[in-house]
Design a protein. Structure first.
Length: 154
């Protein structure tokens, strides 16, 4: 986190010389308490990882009153679109509502996406049970090694 903060500070200093950026390190529990209460002046660097592949995993965070909404973002049109997406069973209508909500968030910029977490794994084809997933969790109880290579099977 410190490396990212230092890089942002240097970039902002270069393009916005009138801006003074002061970095403050805080204990994680203190930071969370301040973020939840809205009792901070400035920006907080945080991350969010989706449990499954769905845009609602990120958009819900910005809903009015959402527990993780430390930005205090609130927009009635955005909330209405999220409710509409949750209320429909038609994929195209849901996708349209989510796209419109995402556009509102992009225009109002309550958060600044900096980067996305990535992971790379070199996994032998003999490993059975391996599945990529958003949390990058791979429990050994679901993995096994194929003893006979596929090319040698009849």
């Amino acid at each position: 986190n410190r490396v990212v903060a230092l890089a942002l500070q240097a970039m902002w200093r270069e393009v916005l010389p009138e801006l003074t950026v002061t970095l403050i390190n805080k204990e994680f529990r203190v930071l969370l308490a301040e973020a939840r209460s809205g009792q901070f002046d400035g920006m907080i660097r945080s991350s969010w990882v989706a449990d499954f592949n769905d845009p609602m995993q990120f958009l819900n965070v910005l809903g009015t009153g959402a527990p993780a909404n430390s930005s205090a973002f609130s927009d009635s049109r955005f909330d209405t679109l999220l409710m509409a997406a949750n209320a429909t069973d038609q994929p195209s209508r849901r996708a349209s509502s989510l796209r419109a909500a995402e556009q509102i968030a992009a225009e109002q910029v309550p958060v600044i996406p900096l980067y996305y977490f990535v992971s790379k794994h070199l996994v032998s084809k003999r490993v059975q049970g391996w599945q990529d997933n958003p949390l990058d969790s791979h429990y050994s109880r679901y993995l096994s090694i194929e003893t006979v290579p596929a090319r040698d099977r009849p």
